[in-house]
Design a protein around this ligand. Structure first.
Ligand code: AMP
Length: 287
């Protein structure tokens, strides 16, 4: 496995391979890799000739009071995981080369970024959209894998690829969970043992909402209260949002008629957890 730090070197490598007809797969990450990332890397490995994983803790997607400086950076372990999984290039640009003096372009996807994570983290998605566009420009992938765990991010990247004709095939990989349902996340290491015990409550409340839909509840408000009550029963976690939304637009659904995505974010102690679940209304049973 080759480690590339310079964006120019990265682009030159991609350019050469593309000319030879090699397909390039790409998994962008912020490092602190876990089995969720591993699943994306494995899925990508099967779909391309050459595989690039980027590790870049992107400063522009963090708010001023967020965890940029303490975000975990176990680079040796991360490289070992990439090596194990047959990654060809570990791309590790620095903030100084990503955002040199004079840098000013910002990519925004306003409607998809407005609600949910975007409402709580105002500059987050502009940071994400800009860095993803830049990374795509450097890596020139044929396909890119993102996790369903960050549902709003994946929706936004899909829009961005379409709107800017980036020609990248997006694959969204299902969320990888711990045995008790907690979605794997690099930030789970912040949870104390007591908080870790409470953390699966978000998954439980999404499951309860999904159960409501499958059981015939159609009003968005009704499903939302099932989720809220489940959360309240099991914890005193602070709710940022628990919402019933259209999976494409992410707008709240007054009534669920075909498909919905249940989006949730809660705070357990000081740790923010996000998760989601796609649910389809069951086809009516034939009599
Ligand atoms: P991050 O390093 O948190 O920026 O995540 C890099 C990529 O891995 C993103 O596309 C995430 O959605 C994805 N990812 C993170 N956690 C999981 C998970 N538990 N299951 C599936 N994908 C994940």
């Amino acid at each position: 496995m080759k480690i590339i730090r310079s964006p120019k070197t990265m682009t030159a490598w991609s350019h050469r391979l593309r000319r030879e007809g090699v397909t390039i797969g790409f998994v962008p990450t912020m490092g602190a890799l876990h089995d969720g990332h591993r699943a994306l890397i494995r899925a990508a490995r099967l779909k391309c000739d050459a595989l690039v994983v980027s590790i870049f803790v992107n400063p522009t997607q963090f708010g001023p009071t967020e965890d940029l400086s303490k975000y975990p950076r176990p680079i040796t372990k991360d490289r070992a995981l990439c090596r194990q999984e047959g990654v060809d290039i570990c791309f590790e640009p620095t903030a100084a080369t990503m955002y040199p003096e004079g840098f000013q372009t910002v990519v925004t996807v306003p409607d998809l970024a407005r609600r949910w994570e975007g409402a709580i983290r105002p500059h987050h998605f502009a940071g994400v959209a800009t860095v993803v566009t830049k990374l795509f420009g450097m890596v020139r992938p044929d396909l890119a894998l993102f996790g369903q765990k960050d549902f709003q991010q994946a929706a936004l990247v899909r829009r961005l690829i379409e709107d800017l004709n980036l020609g990248v095939t997006l694959i969204v990989h299902p969320t990888v969970r711990e045995q008790d349902g907690l979605a794997m996340s690099s930030r789970n290491v912040y949870l104390s043992p007591e908080e870790r015990a409470v953390a699966p409550v978000l998954f439980k409340s999404l499951q309860a909402g999904a159960g409501g839909i499958r059981g015939g509840v159609t009003e968005g408000a009704g499903i939302q209260s099932i989720m809220t009550e489940t959360l309240r029963q099991h914890s005193d976690a602070a709710i940022d949002y628990l919402a019933v939304c259209d999976p494409q637009t992410l707008e709240p659904l007054p009534a669920v008629t075909s498909q919905a995505v249940l989006l949730g974010a809660v705070r357990v102690g000081t740790v923010r957890l996000i998760d989601n679940m796609l649910v389809s209304v069951p086809a009516k049973k034939k009599r």
